[in-house]
Each structure stands twice: as C-alpha cells, then as structure tokens.
Write a new protein. Structure first.
Lengths: 250, 294
C-alpha cells in the first residue's frame, strides 16, 4: 500500500522552544493511525504544519506525491486533506446544511460570475444539497439539517465537522481529538463512524488522549513526546513500550 | 416638492453607499472606515472626465468604478495583512491619506476649492436636469446596486463571505481562498461607492473634499450598522432612517446654524444606542460586538 502522507524530519521552533524535533513517519492509505502523547508533545503543531496553518523550520511534508511545504492552507485542503480542530471550529450561525454545503469544491456560485449568472449555480446547488443530505445521513445528523450549528450538542457538532471533511472530498482526514469531551454513547457513535470511513477507503489520522478509543480503532499508533517521535507500531506493542509508559507517567 | 425629491435622491445615493459597505463590513465582517475615500475617488474621476474631456455620463461612470477598483486594491492589500482593530486603523489611515490628496493636489483636484460646474449627465442624448430625472437615475442605479449585491450574497459566494466573517480559519480549512474573497468584496464595494460618487458629483454639480472625509465614512458605516449589518433591506432602511429623519429637525424649529451639528450628534447617538441595545441593527443578523475575539 502506498503512503498517502509522508513526513520527513519535520522541525518547528517557537522563540527558541523546539515544538517539533526531526519528526518523520509515513501514513499508509486506507487505515486509521493515532497520534498520541502527553500535552505539549507537538501533536496539534504537527497538524497545523501539515495543513498549512504554520510554516516548518525544517523538513518536508508529502501528500499523495505533492510537496505541501509553503502551500497556503486552502490549497492543501483542496488537495484532499481535511481536518477538524481541537477547539471545534465550525460556523455556528449557519445551519448544519449550510456548513456542509460550504465544504463542497468547485462551486460555480462561489465565483462572482457564477453568483450573478445564477442558473448553472442553482442546478449545482440542488445536487449539492442532495449529496449533503446523504453525508449527513452517513454521520447521523440528517434530522438536524435545518438546525443552526449553535443548536447542536457538542458531540453532534463534532459529527458535523466530519461531514464537512467528507463534503470537501477529503482522502485523508486529520481529526484533532474527535472524542474529547463527548458523552460515552456519542464516543461509540463516533468510533463507529471512523471505522465505517475506513471501510469507505478514507485514511484517518487522529490525535487523541482517550487511550481506550485509540486502542479500539487504530491500525497503528505514533507516539510523540516533547517534539520527538518515541514509538511507532501496532497498538499492543506501543501500549507496552517502556518509553511510552515513562512519557505518560512522568 | 423639490425638497422631497432632493431627499429621495440622497436616499438613493446613500442606498448605493450602504449596500456597498454592507458587502464589505456587514457580510464579510471587514470593518472599513475608508468607504468615503472610494466615494470621493468616484466623484472626482467622474467630475474630471466630464469637465475636461466632456465624456458621456456612462463612460465616466465606468471609469470612476474602475478607478475606485484600483484604489480599493491599494487600500485593501496592505490592510488585509492585519486583523480586527488594526485593520480598522489601516483603513482609517488610507481614508485620511485620500482626503489629504483630494485637499492638497490643487492642480488636479482643485484642492479645498473643489470642482465647480460639473455638467449635467447626458445619457443616450437625454440631458438629466430636473429633480424628477435625477430621481429616476438615482433609483435605477440604486436598484442595480441592490440587485448586484443581493445576487452575490444569496449565492454560494455570499455563504463563503459569511463563513469568513464567522471563522476564516474554518473557511480556509474547507479550501476557501480567504484573501481573494476579501479583496474581491473590497473591489466590488469600492466600485459601487464610486458609482454613488459619480451620481453625486453630477447631481450637486460641485464637489469638494469636505464631502469625503472620515466623518462621511462613519456616517455610511452608521447606516450599515443601524440599518442592519448583513441585511440588504437593512441597508435601505438605514439609508432612509439616517438621511430622512434628521431632515425632520428642520421642522421643529432648530436654527439652521446648529442643525448640522445636531445632526452629527444624532448620528453619533444612534450609533452608540445601537451598539448598546441592538448591535445587529434594525434588520441585521451580524453584530460587530463579536469583532473583539480573534
């Protein structure tokens, strides 16, 4: 299986503090990889660099054969890299349906000409609505389509952000703490969704602190501590790795 | 009767100005106090072309819009490098610079003396000279401006703008080129303001820098905010409210020497009251109070 994402020797410093120090790994297509590590290990920083919200000081990122270094965040998203945010970003004042519609690519109506010459855009909008409804059914939010983002529970909002990644046509989803702060039934629902996404051929990399959840869905685990990769491999092996246990206990 | 028509014409001009700024500030969340600069650029370009080259009104209108589009990019490109409060300050700086140019480039703009004798517009052979004709012209231009902005904001284009306003990082993560959209709304908004400027120049037949100061920018912003940010109908309601209602001052016996100043107090008071009690304006959906979070 080919690597969909390759990180080579990535380093990042903030005012002399090394947030990431020579991190390298590859993510195979169609699998679920979990990125774990104590707070401050550099996991979200890594996501921000991959997605183009931060520049790297050294090293490079390869996504499906394209170099991501220096590309603007929106370009990277268009290449098929979706992400969710630790602080749960979405548009609370728009409806669930509008949030998903926002994510579709190549919308005629998003250009000035397309907006003014409405009819082509109108047809595409109808198609997108149908597709959006399918995606919302897939994640289990179809009945909330006309509710404002504000009106959803925290867990439902997280499902919505994943639906947006799917509308974006993301091949690789970077999920930052998808099950943090949500009720246990919702955790089950979310993990089930991730497994179904893997079956659909998506690749998922998630940052998580919930080690039970991590064990339940991951094919592989990568462990970061203080900006360095300290372990990588199958969940059973990694969870018993001495270095990993020390990082978490100390 | 002429007086009433005059008020209606002004409402038409300010409707164009307020929808143009609403596109930038109300829908996209970019609080700009430079709109009067673009209004002035449009007025001066149209006036100068009419005075020196006797170009027909519609040609002057297009040139004014194009000129303002260029100036909009000049204002927006550096200003967009900073956010929120600093962005507002950057637009403020450009507004002040623009006034300085209008006021000091005497050979070109006539400086404080302004440009008198701007000819009446001629459209397809018809000279617009009476108040009724000007009202008709103003109404058509205002309707077109409203229609243009309405089409944009009701399309997926408008959805991207609202997303940028609420969370531009999220919009970027969904593949939206945020900078491009911000520049686009500035250009479109600036071009529309220039149309209002051209109309104003030909209607009053005399322009000077004092019509295009930062106070004017704030007045236009007040219309947008009080009428309702992010609402087209709000822009129209706001224009009517802030243009027509103060005229009622004349009828309650205020001496004309202080009427203008009382009007300024009214605008300021309306803006403050609005921000305190109803920040989304009469019909709006977006409240600028949120701008303090980044």
């Amino acid at each position: 299986m080919t690597a969909i994402l390759e990180i080579n020797n990535l380093s990042k410093s903030f005012d002399g503090v090394k947030a990431l120090d020579g991190v390298s790994f590859a993510i195979e297509e169609k699998g679920i990889v979990s990125l774990i590590g104590p707070n401050g290990a550099g996991k979200t920083t890594l996501f921000n660099i991959i997605c183009g919200f931060l520049n790297t000081n050294d090293g490079n990122v390869d996504f499906m054969g394209s170099k991501l270094n220096g590309l603007a965040a929106h370009r990277i998203a268009r290449l098929g890299l979706g992400r969710t945010f630790q602080d749960l970003r979405l548009i609370r004042k728009m409806t669930v349906m509008e949030n998903v519609l926002l994510a579709f690519q190549h919308q005629y109506g998003e250009g000035v000409i397309g907006a003014l010459a409405g009819w082509k855009s109108g047809r595409q909008e109808k198609q997108n609505r149908r597709r959006a409804l399918e995606l919302l059914e897939f994640v289990g939010l179809a009945d909330k389509a006309n509710n404002l983002g504000d009106e959803l529970s925290y867990g439902q909002q997280k499902l919505l952000t994943i639906a947006c990644c799917l509308a974006l046509d993301a091949r690789l989803l970077l999920l930052d703490e998808p099950v943090a702060g949500i009720a246990p039934e919702m955790v089950e629902k979310m993990l089930g969704l991730l497994l179904r996404l893997r079956e659909e051929g998506k690749t998922i990399c998630l940052i998580e602190h919930n080690l039970e959840a991590v064990k339940a869905v991951s094919d592989r685990i990568i462990v970061l501590d203080e900006g360095r990769k300290i372990a990588e491999g199958r969940p059973e092996a990694v969870m018993q790795d001495a270095a990993v246990l020390e990082a978490y206990l100390s | 009767m002429d007086y009433l028509l005059h008020i209606l014409i002004l409402i038409g001009i300010y409707t164009i100005l307020s929808v143009s700024l609403n596109l930038i500030s109300g829908y996209t969340g970019l609080l700009s106090v430079a709109q009067a600069a673009l209004y002035g650029v449009g007025a001066y370009i149209a006036a100068l072309l009419a005075l020196h080259f006797h170009l027909p009104f519609l040609v002057g209108l297009v040139c004014a819009a194009l000129g303002a589009a260029v100036i909009s990019v000049i204002i927006a490109a550096p200003s967009l490098r900073v956010h929120d409060d600093y962005f507002v300050l950057a637009t403020f700086a450009f507004q002040v610079i623009a006034f300085g140019v209008m006021n000091n480039w005497v050979n070109f703009t006539g400086g404080p003396m302004g440009l008198p004798g701007i000819p009446q517009p001629v459209i397809f052979g018809i000279t617009i000279s009476t108040h009724w004709q000007f009202l008709f012209l103003a109404a058509i231009l205002a309707a077109l401006a409203v229609l243009l902005v309405r089409c944009l904001v009701r399309a997926p284009f408008g959805r991207v703008l609202r997303a940028i306003r609420e969370d531009e990082v999220f919009a970027q993560s969904l593949g939206k080129n945020v900078i491009k959209y911000k520049l686009l709304v500035f250009v479109i908004g600036g071009a529309l303001a220039a149309v209002a400027g051209a109309l104003y120049a030909h209607y009053i037949s005399f322009i000077d820098p004092t019509s295009f100061t930062v106070q004017e920018s704030i007045f236009i912003l007040a219309i947008v905010i009080v009428g309702g940010s992010g609402s087209i109908a709000g822009s129209i309601v706001g224009a009517v409210a802030l243009v027509a209602l103060p005229e009622a001052l004349r009828f309650i016996g205020l001496p004309s020497s202080i009427a203008a100043n009382v009007r300024q107090i009214l605008y300021g008071g309306a803006l403050v009251a609005c921000m305190m009690f109803r920040p989304q304006g009469i019909l709006g959906e977006f409240s600028f109070r949120k701008l303090s979070r980044s």
